[in-house]
Design a protein around this ligand. Structure first.
Ligand code: ADP
Ligand code: MG
Length: 232
């Protein structure tokens, strides 16, 4: 499906959010680096998807009413063979949901230098705004994030990255490699453009984005659509 169709379909179904699979298809179609993923409904399809993607894999339950997947046990990492796929598939299917269940089979992305968070939201006065921070505990406890009103230039993106307190983590702290800031700048700029171009989108939440010495990878994404209340 093309990127605009993914959104149109969700709007036509009166949905307020895209699933992780749909959000990453949408972003991937726009040229952004997302984890390789395939959506399946049976164990047999899960096994053949894993063969295509290559072990180890990640399995996640996709259902429209499951938002925080880890909280309900819907994320299973580092699955190494067919028998693990089959038992994990059964476990995932036991998780309660009022909507249709699918399983997303994904490549297991290698350990990054750090996990990042990139998001967009609507500023009541200025419209789309973008935020950036280091993922995980630092975001929640330290509130160590930077914001800009969209659209942003590459210069703005570079400033956003440098102004967080934890910038050192990206800059080769204690002998660890320097992160690929060029790839990160380009991601921030593209996410800003998407928030300006797709008026149906209310908020985006890319959490985490893995960053490496070379390249980045969007591992989880959530896209919230505007409803009649949030549409001005
Ligand atoms: P949640 O809905 O709980 O945010 P995520 O999809 O973000 O679920 O998965 C939880 C965590 O599992 C991520 O923060 C990341 O550390 C890890 N993870 C998820 N998917 C992958 C993947 N494809 N490769 C490697 N690690 C992953
Ligand atoms: Mg997440």
């Amino acid at each position: 499906m093309k990127q605009s169709e993914i959104i149109q379909q969700a709007v036509a179904q009166n949905r307020t959010a895209l699933t992780e699979y749909e959000a990453k298809e949408f972003l991937g179609n726009l040229g952004l680096p997302v984890t390789e993923q395939m959506l399946v409904e049976t164990k047999e399809a899960a096994v053949s998807a894993a063969k295509k993607i290559g072990y180890p894999i990640v399995m996640k339950l996709m259902a429209e009413d499951i938002v925080h997947k880890t909280d309900v046990g819907a994320v299973k990492l580092d699955i190494k063979n067919e028998s693990e796929i089959k038992s994990t598939f059964n476990e995932l299917m036991k998780i309660p949901s009022q909507t249709k269940k699918h399983v997303s089979i994904q490549e297991m992305a290698p350990k990054p230098i750090t996990e990042l968070i990139v998001g967009t939201l609507q500023d009541p006065q200025f419209g789309p705004a973008i935020m950036f921070g280091i993922g995980g505990i630092l975001v929640e406890i330290m509130k160590d994030v930077s914001f800009r009103i969209c659209p942003i230039t590459e210069f703005d993106a570079d400033e956003m990255i440098h102004e967080i307190k934890a910038f050192k983590i990206l800059d080769g702290f204690r002998g660890s490699p320097k992160a690929d800031l060029k790839a990160l700048i380009s991601l921030l700029k593209t996410i800003s453009e998407i928030s300006m171009d797709y008026l149906e989108i209310d908020q985006m939440d890319l959490n985490p984005v893995f960053i490496y010495e070379k390249g980045i990878k969007i591992v989880d994404a959530r896209i919230i659509l505007k409803t009649s209340e949030t549409k001005e």
